[in-house]
Design a protein around this ligand. Structure first.
Ligand code: SIN
Length: 282
């Protein structure tokens, strides 16, 4: 069987552009299988010049699993499964800034997210991605051994708790956040997780949601966590995607981190995100 999609790598560490498929159409099982394989091989895949209605965006996401609704950010009025990631000309804070993997504070964090560009700035607003298999593989044998037995505690409290900087600032925002005490809930995940499909190990801690190691204080955990955060985002483990209207990025949230670069004050950026339910990290 010949392949229907073309896959072109964009960086040494991860990332590929996919051509030869129109995501607004119903996809065959073979095409979905090829897209899934491209995701596993490249960790984040990109599509250009797609024209999707919200319904078609949701349908594309559902080929890969159930969709999640965000606990702390309102989705679109007519469909909570679409998160509108918006920054207006008058705003200075963005959503998704700082290296992270999505919703790692959940017991079952996202398998992946599919972000569709509706309106992009003239310049700026790129998104960076980092390969967490490489982040783990390139550690020393000794540190790997230490990390293999460690558990990390994750929580949504920093961005979505009542004390979150955005909550305290009380600044007007084009996105609606539901700051709450329930963001203080804690979830434990292994520091090194094994990918359910590829069987490969990756580093699974991130600066937005990881709070500390289990059975240690935040102060005790901070030095090693900070080392791991800078390891996670080493330039040679990353790629950077320049958005155009109609572009899509589909990342595997289990083995990557991403960072929405906030360098476009004074310009509007509007994206739609569909988030696919994942499994409990092991
Ligand atoms: C996100 O973290 O989901 C947002 C990424 C982006 O806007 O580039």
């Amino acid at each position: 069987m010949g392949s229907t999609i073309e896959v072109k790598r964009i960086a040494g560490a991860l990332g590929a552009e996919i051509a030869g498929v129109d995501l607004s159409q119903k996809l065959s099982d073979d095409t979905v299988g090829e897209i899934r394989q491209a995701l596993h091989d490249n960790l984040v895949i990109f599509f250009r010049d797609e024209h999707l209605t919200p319904g078609q965006h949701l349908a594309f996401g559902r080929y890969f699993g159930e969709l999640q609704v965000h606990d702390f950010v309102e989705g679109m009025d007519d469909n909570q499964e679409i998160l509108e990631v918006r920054k207006e000309e008058w705003e200075t804070r963005n959503f998704g800034g700082g290296w992270h993997s999505d919703v790692s504070y959940l017991e079952r964090p996202a398998l992946g997210s599919i972000l569709y560009a509706r309106e992009v700035p003239e310049v700026g607003g790129d998104t960076m991605f980092a390969n967490q298999y490489l982040a783990y593989d390139s550690l020393s044998a000794g540190l790997k051994q230490t990390l293999d037995g460690l558990v990390a505690v994750h929580s949504a409290r920093r961005p979505y708790g009542l004390d979150a900087p955005r909550a305290r600032a009380r600044a007007k925002s084009s996105m609606q956040f539901n700051f709450s005490n329930s963001a203080n809930a804690e979830t434990e995940h292994p520091v090194v997780r094994t990918h359910a499909a590829t069987g490969k190990k990756s580093l699974y801690v991130n600066g937005n949601f990881t709070i500390r190691f289990k059975d240690m204080t935040e102060a005790e955990s901070a030095p090693l966590l900070n080392y791991l955060y800078q390891q996670a985002a080493r330039p040679e483990f990353t790629c950077r995607f320049r958005w155009e209207k109609g572009s899509i990025a589909f990342w595997d949230n289990r083995c990557t981190q991403h960072n929405a670069i906030n360098d476009y004050n004074g310009q509007r950026r509007v994206m739609h995100r569909v988030t696919i339910e994942g499994e409990r990290p092991v």
